[in-house]
Design a protein. Structure first.
Length: 352
């Protein structure tokens, strides 16, 4: 080959390298010309997320509605989403938070069933609130006429907005068996009215529900909360694990009909000064990055955990769930033939 041909070949190779380089540079430059540093938290999308699940349900909450990317990743895995949550005002009227209403209107056409969750929280006009208030349940459920009015209000709200179903999440009843009796009457009556109006019904149950002393009836889907094994009330540790879930599945065998078991995303951060706060997976990852440390994985629960000392010499311990954790806990539920619910969307990376 002649020298001229060699030169032409090298020139051609050089042009190709320059073209490739310009494309790469364009992808890392910001509009202002500075270099775009990749976000260390961002990772490749995993198309096989929750590959063993065909019927995943989840919640979105009115105070954290930055969830579109998570919904897009879960895509067809999501059979339904519960919009959390409707509460009460001081006159015992049902109130839909404005942000939740706006997000529902935005996502109304999305291809999953939509439930409206109702909780026994009271938000007063002055901004004060009573969370998980038992007294309002005594007022609303104490007699047939009160229950009938409450049921009519719920059905009207669900139909007015066009929801596919209703979810009742009334908590802190604990061992008040008289209230439980009225609550179960309410659930049965609500289910009958919901069925008449083409609406589905889910009922969320707490871990401390005295199931062995109660007579739930077939009809609604009953959802057991499989979390808060550790939290602000305890030492540091995982929010759930397989043994805890198996105990709750055994407990729920006395409840007839369809059942789902809810596992938690995120986790908690404990400080040695006694304070505790909840953290999302994204927040936990950011702490790792800022402190240049790595998390370890707990063999028993598959939760990630780490500790660090801040600038004020306060020690922190963090436990949180990632996709590996959630898929592991989900498998425990799926193997028993039950459906999985995910509390909740928001702050999850859903990437490996």
């Amino acid at each position: 080959m002649s020298i001229k041909k060699y030169k032409r070949k090298f020139i051609l190779i050089g042009i190709i390298i320059l073209l490739i380089g310009s494309v790469v540079l364009k992808n890392v430059l910001k509009k202002d010309g500075s270099i775009e540093i990749p976000n260390k938290i961002s990772q490749k999308k995993n198309n096989d997320i929750f590959s063993d699940i065909d019927n995943l349900t989840s919640w979105i909450v009115y105070w954290d509605l930055n969830v579109d990317s998570e919904i897009n990743i879960l895509n067809k895995k999501l059979s339904s989403i519960s919009y959390f949550a409707v509460n009460f005002n001081e006159n015992n009227d049902l109130i839909v938070p404005e942000k939740l209403e706006m997000y529902y209107n935005k996502t109304k056409s999305y291809n999953y069933e939509k439930y409206i969750t109702i909780v026994n929280d009271i938000v007063n006009d002055d901004g004060t609130s009573l969370l998980k208030d038992k007294e309002i349940l005594n007022i609303l459920l104490s007699d047939e006429l009160s229950r009938e009015k409450h049921i009519n209000d719920i059905i009207y709200l669900a139909k007015e907005y066009g929801f596919d179903g209703i979810e009742i999440d009334y908590e802190q009843i604990k061992d008040d068996l008289a209230l439980w009796e009225n609550y179960i009457l309410f659930i049965n009556e609500l289910y009958s009215e919901a069925l008449t109006n083409n609406l589905k019904l889910r009922v969320v149950l707490e871990v401390n529900t005295p199931i062995d002393k109660l007579n739930f009836t077939e009809g609604p889907t009953y959802v057991m909360m499989c979390y808060n094994l550790h939290g602000s009330f305890s030492e540091a540790g995982e929010k759930s694990n397989q043994y805890f879930i198996k105990e709750l599945m055994d407990k729920m065998k006395e409840v007839p009909g369809e059942k789902s078991f809810a596992i938690p995303t995120g986790g908690f951060e404990w400080k040695d000064n006694g304070s505790t706060k909840s953290v999302s997976e994204a927040e936990a990852k950011q702490i790792l990055i800022e402190n240049k440390i790595e998390a370890k994985r707990d063999d028993k629960s598959q939760y990630l955990y780490f500790d660090y000392t801040d600038k004020e010499n306060i020690k922190h311990e963090v436990w949180y769930a990632d996709q590996v954790t959630l898929e592991y806990l989900s498998k425990v539920i799926i193997e028993e033939g039950y459906d999985v619910s995910l509390w909740r969307l928001g702050g999850n990376l859903f990437n490996k």
